[in-house]
Design a protein. Structure first.
Length: 250
């Protein structure tokens, strides 16, 4: 199994968003509502099960989760959200995908365009950058269980359907075909492995190295997109030196 570019670099440290509790809860609730609209039973809806897992990991109250499921199932009234994916370019020619859930597509489109343009980027047309990414399942494990070595863990994931993996800062990320995500997650959990994240995500086929002031502008663009209340996910095909991250985060 070969390695990919750093996941934290590609996904741009989603933990930054996870600290913004109120905004995060709103985004998690929207995700659950949309997933529950297809099937409100997490046992038969892997996407909903993954969304609920992320909500629990963020310490979202149980009643909030249950209310979101009921809204998705039509048992409670609420806003009707639709998923829209925006594509564009950031400083350095970096390809960016923005997944949103919105109840007002005109408002969201105008806001996303403004964020791109005010940070040196440009919003593109449908399909302009999507070909540079592939949809894959991601299953993350933060620690190898006691009594199991890493080779056993990897073999277990492969048997479950994982195609590839990376390891960074002790976190192992397994990559799966989209339809194998739940199977790999269940195989690991069934063997007593604690899964910290299981979700579908876009993974870039290759990355662009960006440095200096251009890299700082790119990171601020990604931050601004990620901060918008209608945006659920931001993915870009870039690599940035750690010292640039430190300057922007400082």
């Amino acid at each position: 199994m070969a390695g990919h570019s750093k996941w934290a670099n590609i996904k741009y440290r989603k933990e930054r968003q996870d600290k913004k509790r109120s905004n995060l809860f709103s985004k998690l609730a929207r995700e659950i509502i949309v997933c529950a609209r297809q099937d409100p039973n997490p046992d038969t809806n892997p996407s909903l099960a993954a969304a609920i897992e992320r909500a629990r990991a963020a310490n979202m109250p149980k009643e909030n989760i249950e209310r979101a499921i009921k809204r998705g199932a039509g048992e409670l009234e609420g806003a009707k959200y639709e998923e829209i994916v925006y594509e564009g370019y950031g400083p350095g020619g970096v390809a960016i995908l923005v997944r949103s859930l919105t109840d007002n597509r005109n408002r969201t489109a105008a806001a996303v365009r403004h964020i791109f343009e005010s940070h040196g980027g440009s919003l593109g047309t449908e399909g302009c950058v999507a070909w540079q990414f592939e949809r894959r399942g991601l299953v993350q494990v933060e620690a190898v269980p006691e009594g199991m070595d890493k080779e056993e863990l990897v073999f277990l994931a492969i048997e479950g359907g994982a195609e590839d993996f990376t390891e960074e800062d002790g976190i192992i990320t397994f990559y799966t075909p989209p339809n194998q995500l739940a199977q790999v997650r269940d195989a690991l959990q069934g063997a007593g492995v604690e899964v910290s994240r299981a979700q579908l995500a876009w993974v870039p086929k290759s990355t662009v190295k960006v440095e200096g002031k251009e890299a700082e502008r790119l990171l601020r663009l990604l931050d601004a997109l990620d901060d918008h209340e209608d945006v659920q996910e931001v993915v870009a095909n870039f690599e940035v030196p750690d010292e640039v991250f430190a300057r922007v985060e400082g």
